[in-house]
Design a protein around this ligand. Structure first.
Ligand code: HEC
Length: 198
């Protein structure tokens, strides 16, 4: 069955893609705490980050809709369904707040972890698969939201067979050092990372 023949509502789609916001009662983990959070800091970090991610999903919906119309199109494959949107949206956020995506197996090398803490958290996330918050120092807080691989992601991040020769050659041409294939549904592909610097 071809992806573009599946007709589902957009909210259903966001759910399938795992890009829907966090629900309010979702458990947020503080893994291997670096610097202890105060209750107020924890609450603020979670609240701000949820707003940031909610705002992103709102601006991202039209792009997603357009790309999903034709997943086989070269533009869809070379653009990915989200990169430009993440960067553009991040620029609209208040000073000190930003949104990015990082992963331990990059396609675009800009998405590498910038610090040891970030790469450590990515490894924790592989196992935990739930949002994690970190306090880097008294003025710097981070919220990590896992991006879980769904069926729809396999077209570009799955096995060589699932991606297919045509798409694979486009990917290889645009990303000669691509490491982002071979994923299975349920794997953590990477994270949305909200940085909050006060
Ligand atoms: C149509 C092809 C396509 C589909 C479908 C797709 N991706 Fe991607 N993905 C890409 C490309 C291309 C990039 C590199 C984008 C860039 O240059 O920033 C990428 C990058 C990413 C990144 C950033 C890290 C990196 O390696 O650069 C994450 C995280 C990611 N994809 C997750 C997902 C998830 C989760 C899904 C399914 C919900 C998905 N992708 C579906 C093509 C795709």
């Amino acid at each position: 069955m071809k992806l573009n023949t599946i007709s589902i509502t957009l909210s259903g789609l966001l759910l399938i893609l795992g890009l829907n916001g966090c629900s309010n009662n979702e458990k947020i983990n503080i893994e291997n705490e670096v610097t202890p959070f105060s209750a107020k800091e924890k609450k603020e970090t979670i609240e701000i980050s949820k707003e940031v991610l909610k705002g992103f999903m709102k601006t991202f919906k039209p792009t997603l809709k357009a790309v999903l119309k034709d997943m086989e199109a070269p533009e869809a494959i070379s653009m990915c369904t989200h990169n430009q949107s993440v960067n553009n949206y991040s620029k609209t956020l208040p000073k000190g707040i930003s949104l990015r995506r990082i992963t331990s197996k990059t396609r675009n090398e800009n998405h590498i972890a910038k610090t040891e803490l970030e790469s450590k958290t990515l490894h924790e996330m592989d196992i935990l698969k739930k949002p994690i918050i970190k306090k880097v120092n008294n003025n710097y807080f981070q919220f990590y939201k896992p991006l879980i691989v769904k069926q729809a992601c396999l077209k570009c991040h799955g096995s060589i067979e699932q991606i297919g020769e045509t798409s694979l050659s486009i990917i290889k041409k645009n990303y000669p050092n691509d490491k982002a294939i071979g994923y299975k549904t349920g794997d953590v592909r990477g994270v949305f990372l909200v940085d909050i610097i006060k």
